[in-house]
Design a protein around this ligand. Structure first.
Ligand SMILES: O=C(O)CCC(=O)C(=O)O
Ligand SMILES: [Fe+2]
Length: 255
């Protein structure tokens, strides 16, 4: 074992593996276990089609009105954080007690210091990198995981930017295996498509493309490798709940 792997192992064991949570989850227990196992899980039919259509309309209006505060990437990824202040549906979603329990239990944390909802709209543009800017891990340290909840608000298929996740790439043993194959540092966050395919083939991890209905929830651990697939046409509307536990991360830098 090389020194960096040893250091990573010690930090990981110290910060996470010895920690247990006494939070009881009654509603989404299977989803909780699935996130532990695969890195993501889907809750079907959380929002009705009518609510999704309304949310798309609200996002369009908000982005027109607040265009100075909308962050836009070269990939025509339009993002606005704090949507819960403008939408009751988003506020209730963000504060859903059953979802919060799931996230807190998964993170083994009782104290959440900050939470917010991102609304986003990404449109096809030539050579776009997709939502999130390509394959990445949100965080590469294990003191806190980085789980989020994403929901599409319009129909999303292979073509208009589905979320993709390299299954089980959040697991400690697979982080080590992947980094050994790629010969990258434990702090490296960004990966090329070739690297992800290489890891997927060598370790036997599936690249999951999540085709879900509008209003289904995708809960995922952002320490695993994921991206929004680059769009081939069309557009995608989505909400993403962000949860913060680390007092050192109070500043407004998201991703
Ligand atoms: O929007 C997506 O499909 C993925 C975005 C992402 O990387 C994230 O929310 O962490
Ligand atoms: Fe991400």
């Amino acid at each position: 074992m090389n020194l960096n792997t040893l250091k990573f192992t010690i930090r990981n064991l110290f910060y996470f593996y010895f920690r247990k949570s006494d939070i009881r989850i009654t509603k989404y227990h299977n989803n909780f276990q699935e996130v532990q196992d695969k890195g993501y899980s889907i809750i079907k039919n959380y929002f009705s089609p009518e609510v999704c259509a309304k949310l798309c309309k609200d996002i369009r209006n908000l982005m027109l009105n607040k265009n100075n505060n909308v962050w836009i990437s070269e990939s025509l990824d339009n993002r606005f954080w704090g949507f819960e202040k403008f939408s009751l549906e988003a506020k209730n979603f963000l504060n859903d007690e059953n979802l919060l329990r799931l996230i807190k239990k998964y993170e083994c944390q009782n104290e959440m210091i900050y939470l917010t909802t991102l609304c986003s709209n990404i449109k096809f543009v030539k050579n776009n990198k997709g939502s999130g800017g390509g394959w990445h891990r949100d965080r590469t340290f294990y003191k806190y995981r980085y789980s989020k909840i994403l929901t599409y608000l319009n129909e999303v298929d292979e073509i208009n930017g589905p979320f993709q996740y390299l299954e089980k790439s959040h697991l400690f043993k697979n982080i080590i295996k992947a980094n050994n194959i790629l010969k990258v540092k434990y702090s490296d966050k960004w990966f090329t498509n070739e690297q992800v395919i290489n890891v997927s083939e060598k370790i036997g991890l599936k690249i999951a493309t999540i085709i879900a209905e509008p209003g289904d929830l995708i809960i995922f651990d952002g320490t695993g490798i994921h991206r929004g697939k680059p769009l081939e046409s069309g557009e995608r509307y989505a909400l993403t709940n962000y949860y913060r536990f680390d007092p050192e991360e109070k500043s407004h830098k998201f991703y």
